[in-house]
Every structure is written in structure tokens, then in C-alpha cells.
Design a binder for this molecule. Structure first.
Ligand SMILES: Cc1ncc(COP(=O)(O)O)c(C=O)c1O
Length: 379
């Protein structure tokens, strides 16, 4: 799409919105709003993040995994086959930022009186044939940390039902941690150099205070404190119910409120397409999606590797940041449950296409990946 500017609807446009601390909290709250409880079943894609499961257990319900097709779309015939009287809700995910067509699934849910939870964790912006992401499900959720430079954040939205969810502030310790951790992450990626210099002293003071707080907490019984921030911000798959009624921090809400949407969409799309283009002709890979659809704002650029273990090792050694989504699945989910999910978990390597990547970083990324593909193909 060259240098043209793209604008796409956001998950939050025209919806009722609650900004919480993670996508998984939003899943838990959506299931609660759907009345999911003890004895109910919730259908979840066999290709998933393990963080999507504990919110179902929090409601007292059980998960049943349904198959996905090789392009990550939901296998509707498998879903239909799994509907018994106990299925109360179905979760469906727009993987990697590519909006799926949910019309048939919506119709099935309407016919059977089942709640539809649209998982937009990878898809903060987008539309498909004029249908805005987040507008088809009874409820939809987002994982804001994947799109904005923030330490914590998720959202629960609905275009279809009022949100009777009351949130509370999580306290000054959380507010400070959310702001400072986001700034520190930016510094570690070489961003905000001026701010880094200005904050050098306050950050040192913060470290001292932090260490004192941690030393104090180490002597408290675990149940006393929910910690300064949820574990969802620290690459864990856990669900901590103590954060279910907490509002996202002022810092995260402010960053999201000021985000330049057209820039995010345009640059993510451009980076995705530049990476795909740059790897054409290199051996040992194919893109998960043949082309980037017009209405998509990608989370990452997913490719399928012929020799994933060797490629992963080479890229890791070169310092390439990657996501191997689905490499860890919920225990028991394997080829016998869904061959496509197992294949995606094994072969998929996703590269960053973040809006803040510089041209120089993008060229380095493409060159390094190309080289690793060539080396691992010959090895
Ligand atoms: C598809 C999907 N849904 C939900 C979640 C949960 O989001 P969060 O990590 O913000 O809790 C994730 C997290 O990676 C995800 O990938």
C-alpha cells in the first residue's frame, strides 16, 4: 500500500468500554456478563494463548477446545458438532490482527442461544467487509499491551449489551509502577533518550524504594497483597482474580487516548508488507497469510518455517525479537485434538511489525532473517 495513510475502526469505537489491566481479566468479566458459571462449558480455539483458559475456570466452567483451520479460522463444523446443552459461550479469536468473517458463527450462536465472545487481543483495529472488529460478539476483549507502549492494559467492550461492571483504582503503587515500567521498557529499546536522561535520578530512587517494598512484602503472607501490578504484565499465563475489578492505570489510559491511529495502522501495515516482500525468494518459509487484507492492522508478521527449531535458534542468537504464538498450548492439546493447532504451534515464528520500528531496524530485521533462513536451509 506504499506510503498511503490508512485509517481503520478501533475496537473501542462506538462501544461501551471498560479499561482493565489485561485481556484475560476482560475475558473473565465477559464470561461473567454472559452468565457463565459452574457446570457450563465454554468453547475455545485449540490454537490459543494459555492465558485464555484460567478466566473460564475462574467462572467455575470447563473448557472444550474446537479445531481451527490451517489459516487459523474457526472450524465451524467442529464447533457445531461440539454444541451440547451445556455450552454457554464460544470464544473466537482474530489471530495476528486479521479480522475473520464471523457472520456464520454469530448466526449459529443466535440460533442456539449461546454467547459469543470476540477475542480481539491481536486485533485492536480493523474491519472486514465493513464489519468493525469487536462489533459481532456479545462482548469483545482487547489486549492493549500488544499495540501501545504500555505496561498493563486490556479492554472489555460491547456494542450489544450494557456493561454493568464497576472498576476501582488500584492504588498509587500500581500507578507509579505502570508508568515507570513502561518508560523503562521504552529506554531498553533505545527510545525516549531525553526522558531517560531526565529520569535517571528519579529511577534510581525508585529502585531503592522498590527493593525496600519487595523486601517488606517478602515477609507478608501471600494473600495479603495482590502485588503492585498483575502477573499478566510479566509474561505469565496466570489469572489473578484480585485484579478483576481494577481499572487500568492513568498512564496506560493517557497513552491510549493520545495514540495516533492512522500512524499506527499505516506503519504496522507497511512494516508487515516490507518484511513479507524482503523475504520473497529466501528458502524454508512461507507467510501464514498470502496477503494482508485491506481491513487489517497486524499485531506481528507470522511466517511458517520448514525448520522452525533451527531458525528460531539462529534468530535468537542474532537478537531478533520474536513471538512463537501457540508453541505452548494448554496441557492435553495436541495433534489428536487439532492437527492444525499443533502444526501452527510448531512451525510459526512471528516477527515484530511495531509502529515504532525505524527504517534502519526494519532493514536489519529483514536482512538478519533472510540470512538465518539461508543458513538454516543449507545446514
Ligand atoms: C489470543 C489472545 N487472547 C487473549 C490473551 C490475553 O491477553 P492478556 O495477555 O492481555 O491477558 C492473549 C495474550 O497473549 C492472546 O494472545
Amino acid at each position: 500500500m506504499g506510503n498511503e495513510t490508512a485509517w481503520l475502526p478501533s475496537l473501542l469505537d462506538g462501544a461501551q468500554v471498560r479499561l482493565v489491566t489485561s485481556g484475560r481479566v476482560a475475558i473473565g468479566l465477559a464470561l461473567q456478563a454472559l452468565g457463565v458459571g459452574k457446570g457450563d462449558l465454554v468453547l475455545v480455539p485449540a490454537y490459543h494463548s494459555p492465558s485464555m483458559i484460567p478466566p473460564v475456570h475462574w467462572r467455575g466452567a470447563e473448557v472444550v477446545f474446537y479445531r481451527v483451520n490451517a489459516d487459523t479460522t474457526a472450524d465451524l463444523s467442529d464447533i457445531a458438532a461440539k454444541l451440547d446443552g451445556k455450552v454457554k459461550a464460544i470464544m473466537v479469536t482474530h489471530f495476528f490482527g486479521i479480522p475473520q468473517d464471523l457472520a456464520a458463527l454469530r448466526a449459529l450462536c443466535d440460533e442456539r442461544g449461546i454467547g459469543l465472545l470476540e477475542d480481539c487481543a491481536h486485533c485492536f483495529y480493523g474491519e472486514r467487509e465493513g464489519v468493525q472488529v469487536g462489533s459481532t460478539g456479545d462482548y469483545a476483549i482487547g489486549s492493549s499491551m500488544k499495540f501501545f507502549p504500555i505496561y498493563e492494559g486490556g479492554c472489555l467492550v460491547s456494542h450489544r449489551h450494557p456493561l454493568n461492571v464497576e472498576l476501582h483504582p488500584a492504588g498509587m503503587g500500581f500507578e507509579a509502577k505502570a508508568a515507570l515500567s513502561a518508560l523503562e521498557a521504552s529506554f531498553s529499546y533505545g527510545r525516549l533518550h531525553g526522558v531517560r536522561l531526565a529520569l535517571a535520578l528519579p529511577l534510581r530512587v525508585r529502585s531503592l524504594i522498590w527493593n525496600a517494598v519487595k523486601a517488606h512484602q517478602a515477609h507478608q503472607p501471600a494473600a495479603d497483597s495482590a502485588g503492585l501490578a498483575p502477573s499478566s504484565s510479566d509474561s505469565s499465563y496466570d489469572f489473578d482474580a484480585r485484579w478483576a475489578d481494577k481499572r487500568s492505570s492513568w498512564f496506560s489510559r493517557t497513552v491510549m487516548g493520545r495514540a495516533a491511529r492512522s500512524r499506527i495502522v499505516t506503519r504496522r501495515r507497511r512494516h508487515y508488507q516490507a518484511l513479507q516482500q524482503a523475504l520473497v525468494g529466501a528458502p524454508g518459509w512461507r507467510p501464514l497469510f498470502a496477503a494482508l487484507p485491506a481491513g487489517a492492522c497486524p499485531w506481528v508478521f507470522p511466517l511458517l518455517a520448514e525448520r522452525p527449531a533451527a531458525l528460531f535458534e539462529a534468530l535468537q542468537a542474532a537478537g531478533v525479537p520474536m513471538v512463537r504464538f501457540g508453541a505452548v498450548l494448554w496441557p492435553g492439546v495436541d495433534d489428536s485434538i487439532c492437527g492444525n493447532s499443533a502444526m501452527l504451534g510448531r512451525c510459526l515464528i512471528a516477527l515484530p511489525c511495531h509502529q515504532e520500528l525505524s527504517d534502519q531496524e526494519l532493514v536489519w530485521l529483514a536482512t538478519t532473517v533472510r540470512q538465518a533462513l539461508q543458513e538454516t536451509a543449507c545446514a
